[in-house]
Design a protein around this ligand. Structure first.
Ligand code: SF4
Length: 158
């Protein structure tokens, strides 16, 4: 659907799933990686989301709490930046640092310091291991590595 659009792509997906039971004899590959699809912030307008109502919609940190996510605090950060300056130097002016928004757990924050400068903060303790950041960072600057000792989300009722 990403490659051929909603109508042609949706039709092909329907044929694959319903007529071939998901076993289409060839693969329709999308050759453009997801991280290369990001538009610059200047080409987009801000989306004003309504505040979570606590009934049908919830804030990120309440949902992280429900996932029972936990990591030992005295471990090396399992979200590794190849270039630690890149998020503020390149991603912030070009893409308004998208990690602030695509991470479902609010792990990445751009903090304004007292002197007006900014720094990129990683709250690795909250990571729910979706690996979106590893895939979506436009510079491919973030590498997700397995944390210590089985840390991460724990859904007791699943
Ligand atoms: S793996 Fe998912 S939850 Fe963890 S930091 Fe990356 S985007 Fe956020």
């Amino acid at each position: 659907m990403h490659k051929y659009g909603a109508i042609a792509g949706g039709g092909l997906a329907w044929i694959d799933l319903n007529l071939f039971n998901g076993k289409l004899p060839f693969t329709l590959r999308d050759s453009t990686p997801d991280h290369a699809q990001l538009k610059p912030a200047s080409a987009c307008s801000n989306i004003e989301y309504p505040k979570p109502d606590g009934k049908l919609s919830f804030d990120k940190l309440s949902s992280v709490f429900l996932s029972n996510t936990n990591h030992e605090e005295d471990q090396i950060c399992h979200l590794v930046l190849t270039d630690s300056d890149l998020p503020i130097r390149d991603n912030l002016p070009e893409y308004d640092e998208p990690a602030q928004r695509y991470c479902p757990a609010g792990v990445y924050e751009v903090i304004t310091n007292d002197d007006g400068s900014k720094h990129f903060q990683i709250n690795a303790q909250n990571c729910v291991h979706c690996k979106t950041c590893d895939i979506k960072d436009p510079a491919q600057n973030i590498t997700w590595i397995a944390p210590e000792g089985g840390g991460g989300p724990c859904y007791p009722n699943m």
